[in-house]
Design a binder for this molecule. Sequence first.
Ligand code: TUI
Length: 315
Amino acid sequence: FHTRLCDILDIKYPIIQGGMAWVATAELAAAVSEAGGLGIIAAGNAPADIVKNEIQKAKKMTKKPFGVNVMLLSPFIEEVMQVVYEEKIAVITTGAGNPGKYMPKLRAIGTKIIPVVPSVALAKRMEKLGADAVIVEGTEAGGHIGELTTMVLVPQVANEVSIPVIAAGGIADGRGFLGAISLGAEGVQIGTRFICAEEGTVHENYKEKIIKAGDRDAIISARTTGHPVRVLRNKLSREFARLEKEGALPNELEELGLGKLRLAVVEGDMEEGSIMAGQIASLVKEIMPCKAIIEEIMMDAKMQLEIVNRLSKEE
Ligand SMILES: O=C(O)COc1ccc(-c2c[nH]c(CNC(=O)Nc3ncc(Sc4ccccn4)s3)n2)cc1
């Protein structure tokens, strides 16, 4: 499966690892890039020096290309963008906002830009502003999400833009990969499955929660804040829902949510922490090295394609 994305990003497989805050560290990004995908370091809500340190760590771990994900709601966005410029990052992905204001400078220094978009309108706007590709993320994804599903959004964006479309949300194996290609995508972004990567520095409790998740455990929380997030249900999500029902104010709720993702990822607190994960969590059953994850996805996609070809030949 060699697509335009492989040429644009100089990667062997059109698989991007999601730039998940606290999860996407240099260790994970380097392992994914070494395995032939595109590893991504998450800036999340971290200050510039933390982001710079992770980038320099990754540069020591791999000579292959990797990217940085910039979360546009971060209070440190301006100083983090300065680090992105200085470090001559090959490619950035962006989330939770419109990166338009940074695109002229990024294009001028040759950094590729791949924004995550939750709608056709934003995808078209990003193409017009010069994005190199778009990550079309369905509501199946973990973390901060839009409303439309991958199945519905990917073909519509593919109809409207000519830059490569990368499908994200609900993809964790070869069937999901082939499904995305069938919908018009030229690559996939995978988050939840890489949370359970062996090289990842995520607390074991978090990885175990993903492996134990059932098909209906990844629910949407914090809708009333205007920033809905998909998490695995736990004590915090139940508490959050109760407060929302009682009409707590958005800033009270935002306050309650602060630091909770770190609590889950770093401390492994599965009750008070925010366990961000996508609906595909229930398909993830094993902690595996990144190389094994990527090669299994590509192998399964080829096998699934042979099944599809056989079915299409039968009368
Ligand atoms: O037009 C506009 O400005 C709105 O544009 C957008 C609106 C939404 C998005 C979007 C949806 N999903 C993504 C990519 N995924 C994510 O960004 N996932 C995230 N998970 C945890 C995060 S941390 C957080 C979460 C909420 C509030 C504060 N911090 S961000 N981007 C992208 C652009």
